[in-house]
Design a binder for this molecule. Structure first.
Ligand SMILES: NC(=O)c1ccc[n+]([C@@H]2O[C@H](COP(=O)([O-])OP(=O)(O)OC[C@H]3O[C@@H](n4cnc5c(N)ncnc54)[C@H](OP(=O)(O)O)[C@@H]3O)[C@@H](O)[C@H]2O)c1
Length: 338
């Protein structure tokens, strides 16, 4: 009866965000679009908040197109309440509060997630704050542990410590007992990183991270680096790594085409990797979801990691949210609330 009632009261149309205009002069506007219905293995949920990610800025400018089958509406993560489930969904039920990694569509009143990418809201976290958890923890966990294989006792450097990714990575590695270095672009951001658990936050505008990391590590260097900067950081990362160190790039804000001196890689037995999350199949995302739920969620529930929400803006102010991120005024996550 409850299932029927919920399905019957669903509206046919919803408000979603659409990008309008030429490259370089794109505006984010609200549009009325059909409420999607969940296919096999999918759930439909009423969005509480959707997280803003830097990839969304690239997408609306036409640089990061949605993968085949994904909605045109931006939004790679959201939280909310499940209102309908598709065939074959076994672990998620109507009425449940969830957060989920999405291939797109989070900037809307309703969104579709595949069951493989759905997580419960950690106990003690508000439904609103939960909208900013999936993208950062899927990304940080899979890159630092699956790809870079950070081992107990090893040291860690994450660039962009005040970003969504950085604030998550600092807290997770600190909670797991690793020595944490990070870089950020102001004294205020560095202080925020230290408050989150960084042992040393390096102001990259006034300090040289290669020198500092080497000095603080007794000349040895750091074991694992998570980088989103690229450009000249590629070689500087290699200089900062310890013997058998690993670096994984998730973005290239200073450029993706660089010259690498492989004698340094060979001499120190280093490993370089680069990954993307969005285009990967659910069969690869589901094990990441499982690991995040098993390894990260208990730390959140124990209060050792907290969501870092910078600002919650109404969905209609998506353009203003993008402007904050473009100018890098934020520390942590920016969320949109329908
Ligand atoms: N490959 C993947 O699967 C994947 C998944 C998620 C995110 N990402 C990428 O990861 C990055 C972070 O994502 P986000 O959504 O958390 O974005 P975000 O909050 O906007 O973070 C970008 C950060 O980069 C920092 N930054 C820029 N130039 C820097 C430099 N020279 N040195 C150190 N830091 C610098 C900025 O900090 P300052 O203000 O201090 O400069 C800012 O904190 C984005 O580039 C995103 O595209 C990739």
């Amino acid at each position: 009866m409850a299932r029927k009632l919920m399905a019957m009261t669903l509206p046919k149309k919803m408000t979603a965000i659409r990008a309008e205009g030429e490259k370089g002069a794109v505006r984010l506007v609200t549009a009325e679009i059909p409420v999607p219905s969940p296919g096999p293995g999918q759930v439909l949920f009423k969005v509480a908040t959707g997280g803003v990610n830097r990839a969304d800025l690239l997408q609306v400018e036409g640089h990061h197109p949605p993968p085949p089958g994904a909605p045109e509406t931006p939004g790679l993560e959201a939280s909310g309440t499940v209102v309908a489930v598709g065939q074959g969904v076994t672990h998620v039920r109507e009425g449940q509060e969830i957060c989920a990694l999405l291939p797109g569509g989070g900037y809307a009143e309703y969104a579709i997630a595949t069951e493989a990418c759905v997580l419960p809201v950690p106990k003690g976290v508000s439904l609103k704050d939960a909208g900013g958890l999936p993208e950062v923890y899927f990304t940080v966990w899979s890159n630092v542990f699956d790809v870079a294989r950070l081992k107990p006792g090893e040291s860690f450097l994450v660039h962009g410590g005040s970003s969504g990714i950085g604030t998550a990575a600092i807290q997770l590695m600190h909670a797991r007992g690793h020595r944490v270095f990070t870089t950020a672009g102001s004294a205020e951001k560095c202080a925020a990183c230290v408050a989150l658990g960084a042992d040393r936050a390096i102001n990259y505008r006034t300090e040289d991270y290669v020198e500092i990391v080497k000095k603080e590590m007794g000349g040895k260097g750091v074991d694992v680096i998570l980088d989103m900067v690229g450009g000249d950081y590629v070689m500087r990362n290699l200089q900062s790594l310890a013997r058998q160190g690993r670096v994984v790039n998730v973005a290239y804000q200073k450029g993706a085409k660089v010259e690498v001196d492989f004698r340094l890689v060979q001499g120190k037995l280093l490993t370089l990797a680069a990954t993307g999350l969005r285009g990967r199949p659910d069969t690869e995302k589901a094990p990441i979801r499982d690991a995040v739920e098993k390894e990260v969620w208990p730390l959140i529930e124990a209060g050792r990691i907290r969501p870092v929400t910078y600002k919650v803006l109404p969905l209609g102010e998506a353009g203003a949210a993008h402007q904050i991120m473009r100018e890098s005024r934020h520390i942590g996550k920016i969320l949109l609330e329908p």
